[in-house]
Design a binder for this molecule. Structure first.
Ligand code: NAD
Length: 233
């Protein structure tokens, strides 16, 4: 999901390199994204779908005859506000995009996968799924919740030979990151370049992560190289 740009597209391209047939389910499945995967020689179908809409999710999955891997990647940065100033509507919308969409897609994917007793689900969380971050309480809460969803679904589906794991990337240069750094600059009274530098220096390796590096982790987790791993983050 959300394969139209950024991390989702990089993950789709990493799977395309491994010979997967890809469905890009995105509210805006950009033609250039589809073409870039096709140019790799992979089979790709673009589906324009809002994954927060239950009926659209049902429609998406009803058209899939065989599903090996689901990547729940859709996410938004949410309101950049302290909890004390939180806007209820923005909070609810962010939970719908970041968490409820993943539950809906997991629910439908598990039905397809358990019938074949085989499947692999990857949930894209964030490094803030294990800590707090001022002004981002809503995003942080959705990402911690993604780990709860991951661990519980892993326990519920292991008997059907389905594995469920989460990936927690640090900052990855994408349109999402550019927008949210600008908003942090506003509330923190800094320039966007200063925010970018703070975030780079707070990363253990003192650098941002490339989307392709997340793609490689996704391939590892969906492959037999990680055959004993489930419920992990
Ligand atoms: P992005 O905003 O660049 O791309 C998100 C994609 O999701 C877009 O193609 C968008 O059209 C699609 N999308 C948004 N809402 C949708 C909806 N309701 N239905 C269907 N498609 C929808 O984001 P990104 O930076 O590539 O992030 C992808 C995921 O990785 C998110 O879950 C994000 O929280 C997480 N993440 C990002 C970073 C980072 O630094 N970029 C770090 C950690 C985790």
């Amino acid at each position: 999901t959300g394969g139209g740009q950024g991390i989702g597209l990089a993950i789709a391209r990493a799977f395309a390199d491994e010979g997967a047939s890809i469905i890009l389910a995105d509210i805006d499945p950009k033609q250039e994204a589809v073409e870039s995967i096709r140019a790799q020689g992979a089979e790709v179908t673009a589906r324009k779908v809002d994954v927060t809409d239950e009926n659209q999710v049902l429609d998406l999955f009803s058209g899939i005859p065989k599903l090996d891997i689901l990547v729940n990647n859709v996410g938004t940065y949410g309101p950049v506000k302290k909890i004390v100033d939180m806007d209820r509507a923005a909070w609810d919308r962010t939970f719908a995009i970041n968490l409820t969409s993943a539950m809906l897609c997991c629910r439908e994917a598990v039905k397809l996968m358990s019938a074949r007793r085989s499947g692999n689900i990857l949930n894209i969380a964030s490094n803030v799924a294990r800590r707090g971050l001022p002004y981002r309480g809503c995003y942080v809460a959705t990402k911690w919740a993604m780990l709860g969803l991951t661990q519980t679904l892993a326990l519920e589906t292991a008997e059907c030979n389905i594995r469920v794991n989460a990936i927690l990337p640090g900052p990855v240069p994408t349109p999402h990151l550019d927008e949210v750094m600008k908003l942090h600059a506003e509330v923190e009274g800094k320039s966007t370049a200063e925010v970018a530098e703070d975030w780079r220096l707070s990363a253990p390796m003192k650098r941002f992560i490339q989307p392709e590096e997340v793609g490689k982790v996704a391939v590892f987790l969906a492959s037999d190289l990680s055959s004993a791993m489930t419920g992990q983050s």
